[in-house]
Design a protein around this ligand. Structure first.
Ligand code: NAD
Length: 372
């Protein structure tokens, strides 16, 4: 168990790209116990921009320097997927607490190594499974735990995005990303399904690629994508419940102000509940003889306990993402494991890998026990 750490928690960002700017830096700004002290990125021009935008004096292209710095307590790793493993191993070797973006690695072998290193170093380790923090998701979990939905029977997840068919950069190459929609989007839904309903025991998966993505956004030719842009799973949970997932980045007409369509549903023996990303302050709830109807998420589920974030300020589908940092820093200051941990990242990765295996072998896959 990590020892409690007195604030401030001095955090360095490694990977100063989109998600750091959109989720993690605003999260650090909201948390009075956290302090952003450094940023690292291999792109010099971006780094200089971030130095000004994030008001930093300490920027570097060398993540080893960040990891070895005794004046840094924790790192947020938000780089391309293929770099998570070496950065996390370096951070663990120097005793830094680690919040790492999903997918933790390119396959479960890498992720297990990261989990074991962080565990052995006794640091707080957390996987950035963002959607667990959506207020309606937290409330759905509460309804399930308190029996309001009865025995869960079916889980259903749809994540439909309407993204341009130009290059995804590093995300469109297996060597750097591991997989496409499956590792980028569906892995979140695998994680929250297991958080709600427990482990999966058998899955059958399929992936497909439709867009070649041979042009960059500014019209330059580039090598074609070799990853999926559609992914799907049928699964059986050890509890006896069943689940169906579908994700795509090619759903024309599903813009929804940039948030896309997300629908995640549980049908229990007593009732159904539906989480939708673009309206995270309401849950659709229904019972036999009724139609699904919106229910406001009670105030205590709108933000984590103790957080000073005003849940009524900002765009609801954006601002709950800041709560990841609140959980990470709470775990560090309280000396407890963070939720979701690297173990949750491993558990989800095992399923995502099994989807690819199922697709290639055209068969159902029994999920091995994911013991730590
Ligand atoms: N949790 C979520 O909801 C969510 C959302 C978006 C992205 N992500 C994840 O976050 C990670 C980053 O995604 P992004 O959209 O910010 O990508 P991005 O391409 O915008 O940013 C990645 C940054 O990492 C830098 N980088 C690359 N190699 C590096 C190295 N060795 N050392 C230091 N910096 C390096 C790049 O220059 C770039 O600025 C990915 O793993 C992605 O899957 C998660």
């Amino acid at each position: 168990m990590p020892r409690p750490h007195q604030p401030p928690v001095r955090i360095a960002i490694v990977g100063a790209g989109a998600v750091s700017d959109y989720h993690h830096v605003p999260g650090i700004r909201v948390d009075p116990r956290a302090c952003l002290v450094a940023a690292c990125d291999s792109n010099e021009a971006l780094l200089q921009r971030r130095r000004d935008d994030w008001s930093l004096s300490y920027v570097t292209t060398d993540y080893e320097r960040i990891c070895a710095d005794p004046d840094i307590d924790a790192v947020v790793i938000a780089t391309p997927n293929c770099t998570h493993r070496p950065i996390a191993l370096a951070a663990a070797a120097h005793g830094k607490h680690i919040l790492c973006e999903k997918p933790l690695g390119l396959h479960a072998g890498e992720v297990r190594e990261m989990y074991q290193a962080a565990h052995a170093a006794d640091v707080v380790h957390m996987t950035a499974f963002t959607y667990r923090f959506a207020p309606s998701m937290r409330y759905m979990k509460h309804l399930l735990r308190t029996g309001a939905l009865g025995t869960p029977r079916h889980f259903r997840s749809q994540r439909f995005l309407d993204l341009p068919e130009t290059s995804w950069g590093w995300r469109q190459y297996k060597q750097q990303a591991g997989a496409g929609d499956l590792f980028d989007m569906t892995i979140h839904r695998i994680d929250f399904a297991m958080d709600l309903l427990g482990p999966l025991q058998r899955i059958c998966g399929a992936v497909a690629r439709f867009a070649p993505r041979t042009m960059t956004v500014d019209g330059q030719p580039c090598p074609p994508s070799d990853v999926d842009d559609w992914s799907s799973i049928i699964g059986e949970f050890t509890s006896g419940a069943v689940g169906v997932w579908e994700g795509t980045t090619l759903a024309k007409g599903y813009g929804l102000q940039g948030f896309g369509h997300e629908w995640a549903e549980i049908n229990g023996s007593e009732g159904s509940a539906v989480y939708r990303l673009h309206e995270p302050h309401t849950l659709l709830v229904g019972r036999t003889g009724q139609d699904l109807a919106p229910v406001f998420v009670p105030e205590e589920f709108l933000r984590p306990e103790g957080s000073p974030r005003d849940p009524h300020a900002g765009v609801p589908a954006t601002v709950f993402r800041y709560d990841l940092i609140w959980e990470f820093v709470s775990a560090i200051t309280q000396g407890r494991p963070a939720i979701p941990s690297f173990f949750d990242g491993l558990r989800a990765q095992v399923i995502a890998d099994a989807v690819l295996q199922s697709h290639h072998q055209q068969t159902w896959i029994d999920i091995p026990d994911t013991a730590p």
